[in-house]
Design a protein around this ligand. Structure first.
Ligand SMILES: Nc1ncnc2c1ncn2[C@@H]1O[C@H](COP(=O)(O)OP(=O)(O)OP(=O)(O)O)[C@@H](O)[C@H]1O
Ligand SMILES: Nc1ncnc2c1ncn2[C@@H]1O[C@H](COP(=O)(O)OP(=O)(O)OP(=O)(O)O)[C@@H](O)[C@H]1O
Ligand SMILES: [Mg+2]
Ligand SMILES: [Mg+2]
Lengths: 221, 221
């Protein structure tokens, strides 16, 4: 269960101050599937980064399973992220020097698992996103939507308890987008994975339990 | 007028051979606004790169205004690209060490123009995409959709004769996506800019004159 209370995120440099989030109150229960929507620049990725413990708010509190995350040390915070959270980034963040399958295996390197078992799970995740014919390609040899799907496979391969998806269908045609949504919904209903998805696609958002809407860094409804 | 005749693009490395395009016949007349659609991995970006002279086909011919582009030397090809073609890339390709306004000024550096005139035109392009409040930010300080809009501003700032847009609304909410489409349609109708747009969004494609559809590297209809 993730709880954001009066969360604020302000970016300050010597010439600019940008309020990315202000007075955000969001509660995500274990096993929920929710969407975050709003105009470009409204704070969605920032909100997802705070929920995913990748970014620290400048105000307010973040609680994970009842415990303030400001009470976690860096190492236990990193462990929570690696073991419990899968993240699909808006700009993919694939490693260009590694093949597709090696990219997908990365979250499994933190676990006690044989190389053969890691490869088997990575290949299965890639098959789920329709990329079995691209396992030995490198990211620069893939289309935009194929790169996005590698990012999705990498996020789900470790069976995380929480999956955070930043516009996971943004580079996909509607049929492939629907297939990705079915994967996310299956994880949510069969494995009780909590899913928080940022999307611009109203049609995909309507497949989720509720929608958190942002405008200029604030929550609106 | 751009004419692709029996164009083929095959990628070969020692372990893989991928047919990205096969038997492509496309004719784009000056002043047309057409869309390219198809599933993820079907060859759309590859086709746009060939049309934009960024990629050389492995088979077939590309003619620009009646002249085979294989007859152009590297330097005249580069000049055609810089002076006549604006390109919005699927992954933006912004320069991280340059501010937003400096990024947008780049196509104007090839022309005889004062620094004051370049800045004036760059600010106008940024205003058109709603980013006047972000001119001194750096790309890493922008949201995904804001980066996409900087890429759009950079592509239109030089008033190119041909504008090639690879999923220009992929990271934008529907309202901002519609605003971008109005900019493209205005360029097409008021300045006779030829526009070729790759998109996954059927609603935006229907605002254009015709749709070229790809499947597995081939044209289908
Ligand atoms: N350098 C390369 N080496 C090998 N294969 C490549 C290379 N570049 C692209 N491909 C392959 O060519 C095919 C077409 O790629 P392209 O980027 O044109 O697809 P696309 O239609 O734009 O897809 P998307 O909608 O996902 O962006 C893909 O299957 C891709 O894996
Ligand atoms: N490092 C930073 N420094 C300054 N401002 C920033 C920084 N990072 C983000 N911002 C600003 O914070 C705001 C929110 O950004 P965010 O990436 O959360 O938006 P978003 O809703 O995900 O947008 P999009 O739909 O375009 O991806 C934007 O206006 C952006 O310019
Ligand atoms: Mg975002
Ligand atoms: Mg593409």
């Amino acid at each position: 269960m993730i709880h954001l209370s009066n969360v604020e995120k302000v970016y300050r440099t010597d010439r600019i101050e940008t309020v990315a989030l202000s007075n955000i109150n969001v509660r995500v229960e274990q096993g929920e599937f929710i969407s975050i929507m709003g105009p470009s620049g409204s704070g969605k990725s920032t909100l997802l980064n705070v929920i995913g413990l990748l970014d620290v708010p400048t105000g307010g509190e973040v609680t994970l399973n009842g415990r303030l995350i400001t009470s976690y040390g860096d190492r236990s915070l990193a462990r929570v992220r690696n073991e419990e959270i899968g993240f699909i980034f808006q700009t993919f963040h694939l490693i260009n020097d590694l093949s597709v399958v090696d990219n997908v295996e990365i979250p499994l390197l933190y676990r006690k698992m044989s190389g053969a078992e890691r490869r088997k799970r990575a290949l299965k995740a890639l098959e789920q996103v329709g990329l079995s014919a691209r396992v030995h390609h490198f990211p620069s040899q893939l289309s935009g939507g194929q790169q996005q799907r590698v990012a999705i496979a990498r996020a789900i391969v470790g069976g995380p308890r929480i999956l955070l998806a930043d516009e996971p269908t943004g580079n996909l045609d509607s049929q492939m987008g629907d297939e990705v949504m079915s994967i996310l919904k299956a994880l949510n209903s069969l494995e009780q994975t909590t899913v928080v998805m940022v999307t611009h696609d109203q049609r995909q958002a309507e497949k989720t339990a509720r929608i958190v809407r942002l405008f200029d860094g604030r929550q609106v409804n």
